[in-house]
Write a protein of this length. Sequence first.
Lengths: 206, 206
Amino acid sequence: MAKKTGKDTTEEKIMIAARKVFLSKGYAASRTRDIAEEAGINLALLNYYFKSKEKLFDIIMLENLKHYAGGIMHVVNDEATTIDRKIELIVDQYITNLIAMPDLPIFVLSELRNHPQKFIKIVQGDKKLSDSVFVKQYLQLVKNKKAVKMHPMHLFANIIGLSVFPFVTAPVLKGIGNVTQEQFLDLMAERKKMIPKWISMMIYNK
Amino acid sequence: MAKKTGKDTTEEKIMIAARKVFLSKGYAASRTRDIAEEAGINLALLNYYFKSKEKLFDIIMLENLKHYAGGIMHVVNDEATTIDRKIELIVDQYITNLIAMPDLPIFVLSELRNHPQKFIKIVQGDKKLSDSVFVKQYLQLVKNKKAVKMHPMHLFANIIGLSVFPFVTAPVLKGIGNVTQEQFLDLMAERKKMIPKWISMMIYNK
DNA sequence: AAAATATTTAATCAAATGATTAAAATGTTT
DNA sequence: AAACATTTTAATCATTTGATTAAATATTTT
Protein backbone atom coordinates (compact mmCIF):
# COMPACT_ATOMS: atom_id res chain seq x y z
CA MET A 1 0.00 0.00 0.00
CA ALA A 2 1.36 3.38 -1.05
CA LYS A 3 2.45 5.63 1.75
CA LYS A 4 0.66 8.94 2.05
CA THR A 5 2.80 11.78 0.84
CA GLY A 6 2.40 15.36 -0.30
CA LYS A 7 -1.18 16.39 -0.87
CA ASP A 8 -2.65 13.24 0.60
CA THR A 9 -1.39 14.10 4.05
CA THR A 10 -3.87 15.44 6.57
CA GLU A 11 -1.36 18.12 7.37
CA GLU A 12 -1.20 19.21 3.75
CA LYS A 13 -4.98 19.07 3.38
CA ILE A 14 -5.23 21.49 6.28
CA MET A 15 -2.58 23.76 4.76
CA ILE A 16 -4.41 23.87 1.44
CA ALA A 17 -7.70 24.64 3.14
CA ALA A 18 -6.09 27.25 5.37
CA ARG A 19 -4.55 28.99 2.37
CA LYS A 20 -7.92 29.18 0.71
CA VAL A 21 -9.92 30.30 3.73
CA PHE A 22 -7.40 32.77 5.15
CA LEU A 23 -6.75 34.25 1.70
CA SER A 24 -10.39 34.81 0.96
CA LYS A 25 -11.58 36.10 4.34
CA GLY A 26 -8.57 37.23 6.33
CA TYR A 27 -7.52 36.03 9.78
CA ALA A 28 -10.27 37.47 11.94
CA ALA A 29 -13.17 36.38 9.76
CA SER A 30 -11.81 32.87 9.25
CA ARG A 31 -13.11 30.19 11.63
CA THR A 32 -11.09 27.12 12.45
CA ARG A 33 -14.27 25.21 11.67
CA ASP A 34 -14.34 26.72 8.18
CA ILE A 35 -10.85 25.45 7.58
CA ALA A 36 -11.59 22.01 9.00
CA GLU A 37 -14.70 21.69 6.86
CA GLU A 38 -12.89 22.91 3.75
CA ALA A 39 -10.17 20.35 4.42
CA GLY A 40 -12.71 17.62 5.15
CA ILE A 41 -11.14 16.79 8.49
CA ASN A 42 -12.08 16.77 12.13
CA LEU A 43 -11.61 20.12 13.84
CA ALA A 44 -9.35 18.65 16.49
CA LEU A 45 -6.83 17.65 13.86
CA LEU A 46 -6.14 21.27 13.14
CA ASN A 47 -4.90 21.74 16.66
CA TYR A 48 -3.24 18.36 16.67
CA TYR A 49 -1.05 19.32 13.72
CA PHE A 50 -0.70 23.07 14.13
CA LYS A 51 -1.34 23.76 17.82
CA SER A 52 -3.44 26.86 17.22
CA LYS A 53 -5.22 28.96 14.64
CA GLU A 54 -2.57 31.63 15.04
CA LYS A 55 0.36 29.27 14.47
CA LEU A 56 -1.30 27.91 11.35
CA PHE A 57 -1.92 31.43 10.16
CA ASP A 58 1.68 32.44 10.72
CA ILE A 59 2.84 29.59 8.51
CA ILE A 60 0.46 30.54 5.70
CA MET A 61 1.34 34.20 6.03
CA LEU A 62 5.06 33.57 5.88
CA GLU A 63 4.58 31.45 2.78
CA ASN A 64 2.62 34.23 1.13
CA LEU A 65 5.00 36.97 2.13
CA LYS A 66 7.84 35.08 0.56
CA HIS A 67 5.74 34.50 -2.51
CA TYR A 68 4.81 38.16 -2.67
CA ALA A 69 8.12 39.80 -1.97
CA GLY A 70 10.77 37.12 -2.32
CA GLY A 71 10.50 36.50 -6.02
CA ILE A 72 11.75 39.89 -7.06
CA MET A 73 14.62 40.46 -4.65
CA HIS A 74 17.15 38.51 -6.67
CA VAL A 75 16.14 40.46 -9.76
CA VAL A 76 16.48 43.75 -7.93
CA ASN A 77 19.98 42.85 -6.80
CA ASP A 78 21.33 41.27 -9.96
CA GLU A 79 24.42 43.15 -11.15
CA ALA A 80 24.24 41.79 -14.68
CA THR A 81 20.82 43.05 -15.79
CA THR A 82 20.15 46.63 -16.75
CA ILE A 83 17.63 48.70 -14.91
CA ASP A 84 15.28 48.64 -17.90
CA ARG A 85 15.39 44.88 -18.06
CA LYS A 86 14.90 44.64 -14.30
CA ILE A 87 11.71 46.64 -14.61
CA GLU A 88 10.43 44.38 -17.36
CA LEU A 89 11.20 41.31 -15.27
CA ILE A 90 9.66 42.64 -12.07
CA VAL A 91 6.47 43.77 -13.77
CA ASP A 92 6.15 40.53 -15.68
CA GLN A 93 6.69 38.41 -12.61
CA TYR A 94 4.25 40.40 -10.49
CA ILE A 95 1.47 40.40 -13.02
CA THR A 96 1.92 36.75 -13.92
CA ASN A 97 1.78 35.81 -10.24
CA LEU A 98 -1.19 38.03 -9.57
CA ILE A 99 -3.22 36.60 -12.41
CA ALA A 100 -2.75 33.25 -10.68
CA MET A 101 -3.34 34.61 -7.16
CA PRO A 102 -5.42 37.75 -7.50
CA ASP A 103 -6.44 38.02 -3.86
CA LEU A 104 -2.92 37.80 -2.47
CA PRO A 105 -2.25 41.55 -2.24
CA ILE A 106 -5.41 42.48 -0.35
CA PHE A 107 -4.73 39.65 2.02
CA VAL A 108 -1.14 40.66 2.67
CA LEU A 109 -1.90 44.34 2.91
CA SER A 110 -4.91 44.03 5.18
CA GLU A 111 -3.20 41.60 7.54
CA LEU A 112 -0.18 43.86 7.51
CA ARG A 113 -2.47 46.50 8.98
CA ASN A 114 -3.89 44.17 11.61
CA HIS A 115 -0.62 42.70 12.84
CA PRO A 116 2.18 45.04 11.77
CA GLN A 117 4.57 43.75 14.44
CA LYS A 118 4.42 40.29 12.88
CA PHE A 119 5.91 41.53 9.62
CA ILE A 120 8.60 43.86 10.74
CA LYS A 121 11.15 41.11 11.29
CA ILE A 122 10.37 39.36 8.05
CA VAL A 123 10.43 42.55 6.02
CA GLN A 124 13.56 43.77 7.71
CA GLY A 125 15.20 40.44 7.02
CA ASP A 126 15.37 41.45 3.39
CA LYS A 127 18.09 43.78 2.33
CA LYS A 128 16.86 47.36 2.36
CA LEU A 129 15.76 48.48 -1.06
CA SER A 130 17.54 51.76 -0.45
CA ASP A 131 20.91 50.07 -0.92
CA SER A 132 19.91 47.60 -3.60
CA VAL A 133 21.68 47.23 -6.93
CA PHE A 134 18.56 48.64 -8.55
CA VAL A 135 18.85 51.91 -6.67
CA LYS A 136 22.59 52.04 -7.27
CA GLN A 137 22.02 51.69 -11.00
CA TYR A 138 19.35 54.34 -10.97
CA LEU A 139 21.49 56.81 -9.03
CA GLN A 140 24.30 56.22 -11.53
CA LEU A 141 21.96 57.13 -14.37
CA VAL A 142 20.97 60.30 -12.56
CA LYS A 143 24.61 61.18 -12.01
CA ASN A 144 25.23 60.79 -15.75
CA LYS A 145 22.25 63.00 -16.56
CA LYS A 146 20.56 60.07 -18.27
CA ALA A 147 17.68 59.88 -15.83
CA VAL A 148 15.35 62.31 -14.11
CA LYS A 149 16.13 62.71 -10.44
CA MET A 150 13.50 61.55 -7.98
CA HIS A 151 13.35 59.74 -4.69
CA PRO A 152 13.73 55.99 -5.43
CA MET A 153 10.63 55.35 -3.38
CA HIS A 154 8.59 56.95 -6.14
CA LEU A 155 10.06 54.45 -8.55
CA PHE A 156 9.20 51.47 -6.39
CA ALA A 157 5.77 52.79 -5.57
CA ASN A 158 5.10 53.30 -9.27
CA ILE A 159 6.40 49.98 -10.52
CA ILE A 160 4.67 47.94 -7.85
CA GLY A 161 1.62 50.16 -7.72
CA LEU A 162 0.92 50.08 -11.43
CA SER A 163 1.30 46.30 -11.37
CA VAL A 164 -0.54 45.46 -8.17
CA PHE A 165 -3.19 48.12 -7.71
CA PRO A 166 -5.57 46.98 -10.46
CA PHE A 167 -5.80 43.61 -8.73
CA VAL A 168 -6.46 45.14 -5.35
CA THR A 169 -9.29 47.15 -6.76
CA ALA A 170 -10.47 44.73 -9.40
CA PRO A 171 -14.10 44.47 -8.21
CA VAL A 172 -14.44 48.25 -8.35
CA LEU A 173 -12.79 48.54 -11.72
CA LYS A 174 -14.98 45.81 -13.14
CA GLY A 175 -18.06 47.32 -11.53
CA ILE A 176 -17.67 50.94 -12.56
CA GLY A 177 -15.69 50.31 -15.74
CA ASN A 178 -17.97 47.90 -17.55
CA VAL A 179 -15.27 45.27 -17.82
CA THR A 180 -15.79 41.51 -17.61
CA GLN A 181 -13.42 39.20 -15.81
CA GLU A 182 -12.08 37.98 -19.14
CA GLN A 183 -11.48 41.49 -20.42
CA PHE A 184 -9.89 42.32 -17.10
CA LEU A 185 -7.35 39.55 -17.50
CA ASP A 186 -6.58 40.65 -21.05
CA LEU A 187 -6.02 44.18 -19.84
CA MET A 188 -3.70 42.95 -17.12
CA ALA A 189 -1.70 40.97 -19.63
CA GLU A 190 -1.46 44.11 -21.76
CA ARG A 191 -0.01 45.95 -18.80
CA LYS A 192 3.01 43.66 -18.74
CA LYS A 193 4.25 45.52 -21.80
CA MET A 194 2.75 48.91 -21.06
CA ILE A 195 4.03 49.48 -17.54
CA PRO A 196 7.74 49.20 -18.44
CA LYS A 197 7.18 51.77 -21.16
CA TRP A 198 5.41 54.10 -18.77
CA ILE A 199 8.15 53.73 -16.20
CA SER A 200 10.74 54.44 -18.90
CA MET A 201 8.98 57.67 -19.72
CA MET A 202 9.07 58.65 -16.06
CA ILE A 203 12.74 57.84 -15.72
CA TYR A 204 14.04 59.13 -19.03
CA ASN A 205 11.47 61.86 -19.51
CA LYS A 206 10.65 60.96 -23.08
CA MET B 1 -28.28 73.74 31.23
CA ALA B 2 -27.09 73.47 27.64
CA LYS B 3 -28.72 70.78 25.58
CA LYS B 4 -26.48 68.07 24.24
CA THR B 5 -25.84 68.42 20.55
CA GLY B 6 -23.37 67.25 17.96
CA LYS B 7 -20.34 65.54 19.41
CA ASP B 8 -21.74 65.47 22.92
CA THR B 9 -24.47 63.08 21.92
CA THR B 10 -24.09 59.45 22.91
CA GLU B 11 -25.03 58.53 19.39
CA GLU B 12 -22.24 60.65 17.97
CA LYS B 13 -19.73 59.36 20.52
CA ILE B 14 -20.51 55.85 19.32
CA MET B 15 -20.16 56.89 15.68
CA ILE B 16 -16.77 58.47 16.32
CA ALA B 17 -15.56 55.40 18.18
CA ALA B 18 -16.94 53.08 15.51
CA ARG B 19 -15.16 54.99 12.78
CA LYS B 20 -11.90 54.66 14.64
CA VAL B 21 -12.22 51.00 15.57
CA PHE B 22 -13.67 49.72 12.30
CA LEU B 23 -11.15 51.73 10.27
CA SER B 24 -8.17 50.41 12.18
CA LYS B 25 -9.18 46.75 12.50
CA GLY B 26 -11.88 45.99 9.97
CA TYR B 27 -15.32 44.56 10.65
CA ALA B 28 -14.48 41.04 11.73
CA ALA B 29 -11.71 41.97 14.15
CA SER B 30 -13.69 44.79 15.73
CA ARG B 31 -15.63 43.92 18.88
CA THR B 32 -18.70 45.84 19.91
CA ARG B 33 -17.05 46.05 23.31
CA ASP B 34 -14.01 47.74 21.75
CA ILE B 35 -16.28 50.37 20.29
CA ALA B 36 -18.21 50.84 23.52
CA GLU B 37 -15.00 51.23 25.50
CA GLU B 38 -13.51 53.61 22.96
CA ALA B 39 -16.70 55.66 23.14
CA GLY B 40 -16.79 55.50 26.92
CA ILE B 41 -20.33 54.20 26.99
CA ASN B 42 -22.21 51.15 28.14
CA LEU B 43 -22.23 48.33 25.63
CA ALA B 44 -26.01 48.15 25.58
CA LEU B 45 -26.21 51.70 24.27
CA LEU B 46 -24.64 50.60 21.04
CA ASN B 47 -27.57 48.31 20.38
CA TYR B 48 -30.02 50.84 21.78
CA TYR B 49 -28.96 53.40 19.19
CA PHE B 50 -27.87 51.26 16.26
CA LYS B 51 -29.67 47.92 16.71
CA SER B 52 -26.68 45.80 15.73
CA LYS B 53 -22.98 45.79 14.98
CA GLU B 54 -23.74 45.23 11.33
CA LYS B 55 -26.14 48.18 11.04
CA LEU B 56 -23.60 50.45 12.69
CA PHE B 57 -20.93 49.16 10.35
CA ASP B 58 -23.10 49.77 7.30
CA ILE B 59 -23.53 53.39 8.31
CA ILE B 60 -19.79 53.91 8.79
CA MET B 61 -18.98 52.09 5.56
CA LEU B 62 -21.44 54.12 3.53
CA GLU B 63 -19.97 57.30 4.95
CA ASN B 64 -16.50 56.19 3.97
CA LEU B 65 -17.46 55.00 0.52
CA LYS B 66 -18.96 58.36 -0.22
CA HIS B 67 -15.86 60.01 1.13
CA TYR B 68 -13.64 57.76 -0.94
CA ALA B 69 -15.47 57.76 -4.25
CA GLY B 70 -17.99 60.55 -4.11
CA GLY B 71 -15.63 63.47 -4.08
CA ILE B 72 -14.28 62.93 -7.54
CA MET B 73 -17.40 62.07 -9.50
CA HIS B 74 -18.43 65.65 -10.08
CA VAL B 75 -14.93 66.42 -11.31
CA VAL B 76 -14.97 63.46 -13.66
CA ASN B 77 -18.26 64.59 -15.16
CA ASP B 78 -17.65 68.31 -15.39
CA GLU B 79 -17.96 69.46 -19.01
CA ALA B 80 -16.06 72.68 -18.43
CA THR B 81 -12.70 71.37 -17.22
CA THR B 82 -10.13 69.86 -19.55
CA ILE B 83 -8.93 66.34 -19.09
CA ASP B 84 -5.52 67.57 -17.94
CA ARG B 85 -7.08 69.77 -15.31
CA LYS B 86 -9.38 66.94 -14.24
CA ILE B 87 -6.37 64.75 -13.60
CA GLU B 88 -4.72 67.44 -11.51
CA LEU B 89 -7.87 67.90 -9.47
CA ILE B 90 -8.49 64.19 -8.93
CA VAL B 91 -4.93 63.47 -7.87
CA ASP B 92 -4.82 66.48 -5.59
CA GLN B 93 -8.08 65.61 -3.94
CA TYR B 94 -7.18 61.97 -3.44
CA ILE B 95 -3.78 62.64 -1.95
CA THR B 96 -4.99 65.45 0.26
CA ASN B 97 -7.76 63.24 1.60
CA LEU B 98 -5.44 60.28 2.07
CA ILE B 99 -2.90 62.27 4.02
CA ALA B 100 -5.74 63.03 6.43
CA MET B 101 -7.16 59.47 6.39
CA PRO B 102 -4.32 57.15 5.42
CA ASP B 103 -6.02 53.92 6.47
CA LEU B 104 -9.19 54.51 4.50
CA PRO B 105 -8.16 52.62 1.34
CA ILE B 106 -7.10 49.39 3.05
CA PHE B 107 -10.30 49.47 5.03
CA VAL B 108 -12.49 49.98 1.98
CA LEU B 109 -10.63 47.50 -0.17
CA SER B 110 -10.45 44.73 2.40
CA GLU B 111 -14.10 45.05 3.37
CA LEU B 112 -14.93 45.11 -0.30
CA ARG B 113 -13.42 41.65 -0.46
CA ASN B 114 -15.32 40.41 2.59
CA HIS B 115 -18.76 41.71 1.66
CA PRO B 116 -18.75 42.42 -2.08
CA GLN B 117 -22.54 42.22 -2.33
CA LYS B 118 -22.85 45.16 0.06
CA PHE B 119 -21.04 47.45 -2.35
CA ILE B 120 -22.54 46.54 -5.64
CA LYS B 121 -25.63 48.68 -5.19
CA ILE B 122 -23.70 51.66 -3.90
CA VAL B 123 -21.06 51.46 -6.61
CA GLN B 124 -23.61 50.86 -9.32
CA GLY B 125 -25.56 53.85 -8.08
CA ASP B 126 -22.82 56.01 -9.54
CA LYS B 127 -22.81 56.65 -13.22
CA LYS B 128 -20.57 54.18 -15.01
CA LEU B 129 -17.14 55.58 -15.60
CA SER B 130 -17.25 54.14 -19.08
CA ASP B 131 -19.72 56.80 -20.14
CA SER B 132 -18.36 59.67 -18.10
CA VAL B 133 -17.37 63.03 -19.51
CA PHE B 134 -13.78 62.15 -18.70
CA VAL B 135 -13.83 59.12 -21.00
CA LYS B 136 -15.67 61.08 -23.67
CA GLN B 137 -12.99 63.75 -23.62
CA TYR B 138 -10.23 61.17 -23.77
CA LEU B 139 -11.81 59.33 -26.70
CA GLN B 140 -12.12 62.65 -28.52
CA LEU B 141 -8.39 63.24 -28.07
CA VAL B 142 -7.66 59.79 -29.45
CA LYS B 143 -9.90 60.45 -32.41
CA ASN B 144 -7.97 63.65 -33.13
CA LYS B 145 -4.65 61.80 -32.89
CA LYS B 146 -3.70 63.92 -29.89
CA ALA B 147 -3.64 61.03 -27.43
CA VAL B 148 -2.33 57.49 -27.38
CA LYS B 149 -5.10 54.93 -27.65
CA MET B 150 -5.61 52.66 -24.67
CA HIS B 151 -8.47 51.17 -22.72
CA PRO B 152 -9.79 53.89 -20.37
CA MET B 153 -9.51 51.42 -17.52
CA HIS B 154 -5.75 51.72 -17.74
CA LEU B 155 -6.11 55.44 -17.27
CA PHE B 156 -8.27 55.10 -14.19
CA ALA B 157 -6.15 52.35 -12.74
CA ASN B 158 -3.06 54.49 -13.23
CA ILE B 159 -4.43 57.74 -11.86
CA ILE B 160 -6.01 56.16 -8.82
CA GLY B 161 -3.28 53.58 -8.37
CA LEU B 162 -0.40 56.04 -8.43
CA SER B 163 -2.28 58.18 -5.91
CA VAL B 164 -3.63 55.55 -3.58
CA PHE B 165 -1.20 52.65 -3.68
CA PRO B 166 1.61 54.26 -1.69
CA PHE B 167 -0.83 54.73 1.20
CA VAL B 168 -2.04 51.16 1.03
CA THR B 169 1.48 49.88 1.23
CA ALA B 170 2.95 52.62 3.40
CA PRO B 171 4.27 50.36 6.17
CA VAL B 172 6.17 48.28 3.62
CA LEU B 173 7.53 51.27 1.80
CA LYS B 174 8.68 52.85 5.03
CA GLY B 175 10.13 49.56 6.23
CA ILE B 176 12.11 48.54 3.18
CA GLY B 177 12.73 52.02 1.81
CA ASN B 178 14.33 53.69 4.83
CA VAL B 179 11.75 56.45 4.91
CA THR B 180 10.36 58.11 8.03
CA GLN B 181 6.72 59.05 8.42
CA GLU B 182 7.62 62.70 7.92
CA GLN B 183 9.58 61.98 4.74
CA PHE B 184 6.74 59.79 3.57
CA LEU B 185 4.27 62.65 3.85
CA ASP B 186 6.64 64.97 1.99
CA LEU B 187 6.98 62.42 -0.78
CA MET B 188 3.22 62.06 -1.01
CA ALA B 189 2.83 65.82 -1.27
CA GLU B 190 5.42 65.77 -4.06
CA ARG B 191 3.33 63.26 -5.92
CA LYS B 192 0.45 65.70 -6.26
CA LYS B 193 2.52 67.46 -8.91
CA MET B 194 4.39 64.47 -10.28
CA ILE B 195 1.49 62.13 -10.99
CA PRO B 196 -0.31 64.49 -13.41
CA LYS B 197 2.94 64.86 -15.34
CA TRP B 198 3.41 61.11 -15.48
CA ILE B 199 -0.14 60.59 -16.65
CA SER B 200 0.36 63.27 -19.30
CA MET B 201 3.36 61.38 -20.61
CA MET B 202 1.29 58.23 -20.84
CA ILE B 203 -1.56 59.96 -22.63
CA TYR B 204 0.40 62.23 -24.95
CA ASN B 205 3.44 60.01 -25.34
CA LYS B 206 5.99 62.73 -24.66
C1' DA C 1 -44.68 68.35 41.09
C1' DA C 2 -46.54 64.39 38.87
C1' DA C 3 -46.71 61.72 34.94
C1' DA C 4 -44.79 60.26 30.84
C1' DT C 5 -40.91 59.48 27.99
C1' DA C 6 -36.16 58.80 26.96
C1' DT C 7 -31.64 57.29 28.31
C1' DT C 8 -28.40 54.57 30.88
C1' DT C 9 -26.81 50.74 33.68
C1' DA C 10 -25.77 46.09 35.44
C1' DA C 11 -26.78 41.54 34.83
C1' DT C 12 -27.55 37.91 31.93
C1' DC C 13 -28.43 35.00 27.59
C1' DA C 14 -27.52 32.21 23.78
C1' DA C 15 -24.63 31.21 20.17
C1' DA C 16 -20.15 30.97 18.28
C1' DT C 17 -15.52 29.84 18.70
C1' DG C 18 -10.73 28.20 19.80
C1' DA C 19 -9.08 24.58 22.19
C1' DT C 20 -8.71 20.15 24.89
C1' DT C 21 -9.53 15.45 26.35
C1' DA C 22 -10.23 10.64 26.52
C1' DA C 23 -11.23 7.03 23.88
C1' DA C 24 -11.39 4.67 19.42
C1' DA C 25 -9.31 3.51 15.14
C1' DT C 26 -5.48 2.83 12.38
C1' DG C 27 -0.78 1.96 11.42
C1' DT C 28 3.97 0.24 12.67
C1' DT C 29 7.40 -2.48 15.00
C1' DT C 30 8.87 -6.41 17.32
C1' DA D 1 -0.35 -11.32 16.92
C1' DA D 2 1.08 -8.52 20.66
C1' DA D 3 2.84 -4.29 22.01
C1' DC D 4 3.54 0.25 20.88
C1' DA D 5 2.91 4.55 18.49
C1' DT D 6 0.32 7.54 15.59
C1' DT D 7 -3.80 9.44 13.88
C1' DT D 8 -8.67 10.35 14.11
C1' DT D 9 -13.10 11.01 16.30
C1' DA D 10 -16.90 12.63 19.29
C1' DA D 11 -17.84 15.05 23.19
C1' DT D 12 -17.01 18.75 25.98
C1' DC D 13 -14.74 23.14 28.03
C1' DA D 14 -14.01 27.80 28.84
C1' DT D 15 -14.13 32.23 26.69
C1' DT D 16 -15.63 35.51 23.83
C1' DT D 17 -19.04 37.98 21.69
C1' DG D 18 -23.36 40.11 19.94
C1' DA D 19 -27.49 41.00 21.87
C1' DT D 20 -31.39 41.50 25.32
C1' DT D 21 -33.84 42.54 29.54
C1' DA D 22 -35.50 44.72 33.54
C1' DA D 23 -34.59 48.04 36.64
C1' DA D 24 -32.57 52.67 37.66
C1' DT D 25 -31.77 57.34 36.40
C1' DA D 26 -32.43 61.45 33.86
C1' DT D 27 -35.17 64.44 30.93
C1' DT D 28 -39.35 66.34 29.03
C1' DT D 29 -44.19 67.20 29.06
C1' DT D 30 -48.44 68.08 31.30
